[in-house]
Design a protein around this ligand. Structure first.
Ligand SMILES: Cc1ncc(C[n+]2csc(CCOP(=O)(O)OP(=O)(O)O)c2C)c(N)n1
Ligand SMILES: CC(=O)[C@@H](O)[C@H](O)COP(=O)(O)O
Ligand SMILES: [Mg+2]
Length: 722
C-alpha cells in the first residue's frame, strides 16, 4: 500500500511524520504520471505543485480555512489529499472534474477555469470572515501566468489596502503559462527570484549554525535579527511590499519544510501576505521537464515511459488550418499582425510567430488588454488578428464593444474552441460568443463549416478594415469538406429537397454542424418532408438571401453549436419578422445551462444536438404545423416513408454520392444514419429546441412559454409575436 493510499483526508496528512513527506510526494508524482497518462489532463502544472499542496494542507485546516486555486487546472494533488483518488475517469462523464468541483468536495470552492479570478474570490471571502468575526484563513494560490490578468490586479489593489485583514496569497511561480510568462511582472518576479541565492545562502548558514554546539543557536538568533536589515539593505524591495503586502520569499516550492515554515509564518501574520514560491512545471517527470513547448501543460493520453502521445491525430485540426492560412496571409499582407493571450501554441500562431516574429504579440493572460490594444494597433494602421478560445472572449466583451466596434476598428477575432468543448467542463465551452456578440453594432460573425471555408472566411475577415470581424470554429479535427451545390447571395445551399419533394423545411446549418444538418435532412427526407440545407457562412448580419430562401419554405429550423438564447436562431427569427416573412422557426442549440464535463460528442448527444433528435423534433413540429393548417403533411406523404422518398446520400455520407449529387445539382439531404421514421424528440431533449419553458410554434398549448420561436405563431396569437 503506497503512502498516498493511507491519506484519506487532510487529517491523515497532518498526522504523517515529517520524515515520510518526501516519500508521499514521490508516491503522488508516480500516481499523477500513471493516471494522467491514461486519461489526459494537466500533468505538468500538477507535477509542479506536489510539495506546495502537501504543505498547504498540513498548515491550514481546510475546509474551515479556504484553499482556493486560480484556474483550477493544478488542483489534482489537492483532490488526492482530500479523499478523491479514483482518477480512472478524470474529465470523463461521471468521473472527476479536471477542476475543483463543489459537488465533489467541501474542500473545493472555485469551479471557474477562467484565469486570474482567485484573488477576487479571496478578497470577498476574507471580507466575509472579517464581517462574521471568523478567524479562519483564506489562502489563494495563483500562478505567475494568472497574475498577468487584469482581474488579479483589481483584487490586489483592494487586498493590499486592508493592512489588518488576514489573507494569504501563494504565488506559484514556475515562470510559465504554457510558454514562459511575459511582461514586466515576470521580470519583477525574476528579480525577486535572484534573491533566491541569498535565501539559499541563508538557509545553508542556518543549518550550519544550528548544527554547531553551544554557540550555534544564539549566534543564529542574533544573525537572524540582523538578516532583516541585511535583506532590506541588499535585496530588492519588491513591488508587493511597496503595495502594502508582506512579502515572504522566494521560497523553494519543492522543499516541504521550507514551504511549511513560510506558510506557518504567513498564517500567523494578521494582514495580507504574499508567499512567493518557486516551482517547476512538470517537476519530477523528465518528459515534461524537457518538453520545450509547455512542459506538458495539458496532454492527451501518452505513453508514460516516453511521454509520446498515444492517439494519433485524426487529421488536420481547425487550429492548424487557421495557423497555416495565417502564415500565407502574413506573406501577402504586411499589415496583418497577431495577438495571443499567453496561448501562442494552443491557438495556432506558433508558425506565424516563427515566420514574422515582430508581428505577433503575447499580452499574457489578458484578453481585455488584447482587445483594446488591438483597437490601438488597428488605429495605427495595422490589421490585428486576436486569437483566443471562444469562452475567454467573454471577459473582453466591453472592450470589443466600446473600443473595437465603437471606433469601427478593423480587428479580426479568431475564436478557437467555439461551441461545446466538453472535457474541460462548464466554463470552457465556447457557447456564448454568438449570443453576446449579436448586440455589437457593425460586428460581423463567420462560422465556417469546414477547412476550405475557414481559409476563405478568414481572408474575407481580414479584408474588412472598418469593423470587427469574428471567425469561430470548434475544437479538434476539421473533418471532411462539405461542398455547396450553389451560392445564393452569400448563402451556400448544401442540399435541395430530394426527388419530387417540395421545399417544406429550410434547415439553416451554422458552422461546423453541417454534417449533422445533412444527416437531419436525410432523415426528414425519409419521412417525405422536403428539406433545403443552407449554410449562411456569415451569420451576422443575416443575409437577405436567407430570408428570401425562408419565404419559399413552410418552416425554418436553425441548428447552431452555440447557446440558443440570443443565438443565431433568435437573430434569424428577428430578421424574418423584420422582413415580414411569416414562416415559423425552430432553433436548436445549447440550452441556457452550465454543462457538466464529458466528451464533446457525449454532451452534444445529451443536449439533443444530434441528427435523430433534431430530425424527430423538426419532423414532429412540421407535421403538426401542416395538420393545423389543414395542409398535406409534407410534399411527400408519411405513407411513402423511406421507400417512397429517395433517401439520397451526399458529402457527409460518401464522397462519390456527393460528387454525383453535386453534378446533378439535385442532391437530397445527405448523411449517415438510416431514414427510418423518427419519433418526436423525447421530452428530455433539452437542447434540441425542446427546452423546458420553450414553446413549439405548432403547439399553442405551450403559449405560456417564456420564449417562443420567431416568425409566424399559431393562429391563437398575433403574427410575429415572440
Ligand atoms: C482567461 C483565461 N485565458 C486563458 C486561459 C487558458 N489557460 C489555462 S491555464 C493557463 C496558463 C496558466 O499559467 P499559470 O497561472 O502560471 O499556471 P501554471 O499552469 O503555470 O500552474 C492558461 C493561459 C484561461 N484558463 N483563462
Ligand atoms: C486550463 C485551460 O484553460 C486550458 O489549458 C484548457 O485545458 C484548454 O484545453 P485544450 O487546449 O485542450 O482545449
Ligand atoms: Mg505558471
Amino acid at each position: 500500500m503506497s503512502m498516498l493510499e493511507h491519506i484519506k483526508g487532510p487529517r491523515d496528512l497532518k498526522a504523517l511524520p515529517d520524515g515520510r513527506l518526501d516519500e508521499l510526494a514521490a508516491d503522488i508524482r508516480h500516481f499523477l504520471v500513471d493516471a494522467v497518462a491514461r486519461t489526459g489532463g494537466h500533468l505538468g502544472p500538477n507535477l509542479g505543485v506536489v510539495e506546495l499542496t502537501i504543505a498547504l494542507h498540513r498548515v491550514f485546516d481546510s475546509p474551515a480555512d479556504r484553499i482556493l486555486w486560480d484556474t483550477g487546472h493544478q488542483s489534482y494533488v489537492h483532490k488526492l489529499l482530500t479523499g478523491r483518488q479514483d482518477f480512472s475517469k478524470l474529465r470523463s462523464k461521471g468521473g472527476l472534474s479536471g477542476y475543483p468541483s463543489r459537488a465533489e468536495s467541501e474542500h473545493d470552492v472555485i469551479e471557474n477555469s477562467h484565469a486570474s479570478t482567485v484573488l477576487g474570490w479571496a478578497d470577498g471571502l476574507a471580507k466575509a470572515n472579517e464581517v462574521r468575526g471568523s478567524d479562519d484563513r483564506v489562502v489563494a494560490v495563483i500562478g505567475d501566468g494568472a497574475l498577468t490578468g487584469g482581474m488579479a490586479w483589481e483584487a490586489l489593489n483592494n487586498i493590499a489596502a486592508a493592512r489588518d485583514r488576514p489573507l494569504i496569497i501563494v504565488v506559484n511561480d514556475n515562470e510559465r503559462s504554457y510558454a514562459p510568462t511575459i511582461g514586466g511582472l515576470a521580470n519583477h518576479l525574476s528579480t525577486l527570484r535572484t534573491t533566491d541565492g541569498y535565501e539559499r545562502f541563508l538557509s545553508w548558514g542556518k543549518q550550519l549554525l544550528q548544527q554547531t554546539p553551544v554557540i550555534g543557536q544564539p549566534l543564529y538568533e542574533s544573525l537572524h535579527g540582523a538578516k532583516k536589515g541585511f535583506k532590506d539593505a541588499f535585496a530588492p524591495q519588491g513591488m508587493f511590499e511597496d503595495l502594502g503586502l508582506k512579502y515572504l520569499g522566494p521560497i523553494d516550492g519543492h522543499d516541504i519544510d521550507a514551504m511549511e515554515s513560510a506558510l506557518r509564518r504567513a498564517r500567523r501574520f494578521h494582514g495580507p501576505v504574499l508567499v512567493h514560491c518557486l516551482t517547476e512545471k512538470g517537476r519530477g517527470y523528465a518528459a515534461a521537464e524537457q518538453d520545450e513547448a509547455d512542459h506538458f501543460h495539458a496532454v492527451g493520453a501518452i505513453d508514460p515511459a516516453t511521454g509520446r502521445p498515444l492517439a494519433p491525430s485524426a487529421g488536420p485540426s481547425w487550429t492548424s488550418v487557421f495557423g497555416e492560412e495565417m502564415v500565407a496571409i502574413g506573406a501577402e499582407r504586411p499589415d496583418v499582425v497577431a495577438i495571443t493571450a499567453a496561448m501562442l501554441q494552443p491557438v495556432g500562431l506558433a508558425k506565424f510567430a516563427a515566420a514574422y516574429p515582430h508581428r505577433v504579440f503575447d499580452v499574457g493572460i489578458a484578453e481585455q488588454h488584447a482587445a483594446t490594444s488591438a483597437a490601438g494597433l488597428a488605429t495605427g494602421g495595422l490589421h490585428p488578428v486576436v486569437a483566443v478560445y471562444a469562452t475567454f472572449l467573454n471577459r473582453a466583451f466591453d472592450q470589443v464593444l466600446m473600443d473595437v466596434a465603437l471606433h469601427r476598428c478593423g480587428v479580426t477575432f479568431v475564436l478557437d474552441r467555439a461551441g461545446v468543448t466538453g472535457v474541460d467542463g462548464a466554463s470552457h465551452n465556447g457557447m456564448w460568443d454568438m449570443s453576446i456578440l449579436q448586440v455589437v453594432p457593425g460586428l460581423r460573425i463567420a462560422a465556417p463549416r469546414d477547412a476550405d471555408q475557414l481559409r476563405a472566411q478568414l481572408r474575407e475577415a481580414v479584408a474588412v478594415d472598418d469593423a470587427p470581424t469574428v471567425v469561430r470554429f470548434p475544437k479538434e479535427t476539421a473533418g471532411e469538406a462539405v461542398p455547396a451545390l450553389e451560392r445564393v447571395g452569400g448563402v451556400d445551399v448544401l442540399a435541395r429537397p430530394a426527388g419530387d419533394l417540395r421545399p417544406d423545411v429550410l434547415l439553416v446549418s451554422v458552422g461546423a454542424l453541417a454534417g449533422t444538418c445533412l444527416s437531419v435532412a436525410e432523415l426528414l427526407t425519409g419521412r417525405g418532408i422536403g428539406v433545403t440545407v443552407a449554410d449562411p457562412r456569415w451569420v451576422k448580419p443575416v443575409d437577405p438571401a436567407l430570408t428570401e430562401l425562408a419565404a419559399g419554405h413552410r418552416m425554418v429550423a436553425v441548428v447552431e453549436d452555440n447557446g440558443r438564447v440570443g443565438g443565431v436562431g433568435s437573430t434569424i427569427a428577428q430578421a424574418l419578422r423584420d422582413a415580414s416573412v411569416d414562416v415559423p422557426l425552430r432553433d436548436f442549440g445549447i440550452p441556457p445551462q452550465f454543462l457538466a464535463h464529458a466528451k464533446r460528442g457525449e454532451v452534444l448527444a445529451d443536449i439533443g444536438l444530434v441528427p435523430a433528435e433534431i430530425a424527430g423534433s423538426v419532423g414532429a413540429s412540421f407535421l403538426r404545423l401542416a395538420a393545423r393548417a389543414g395542409q398535406p403533411s409534407g410534399s411527400g406523404t408519411e405513407a411513402r416513408g423511406a421507400s417512397g422518398a429517395r433517401a439520397a446520400s451526399g458529402a457527409a455520407a460518401s464522397g462519390a454520392a456527393a460528387s454525383g449529387a453535386a453534378a446533378s445539382g439535385a442532391r437530397a439531404a445527405s448523411g449517415p444514419g438510416d431514414a427510418r421514421e423518427q419519433g418526436p424528440a423525447s421530452p428530455s431533449a433539452a437542447g434540441a429546441g425542446k427546452v423546458p419553458g420553450q414553446a413549439d410554434p405548432a403547439r399553442p398549448e405551450d403559449a405560456s412559454a417564456a420564449h417562443t420561436s420567431g416568425g409566424s405563431t399559431p393562429r391563437t396569437r398575433g403574427a410575429g409575436e415572440r
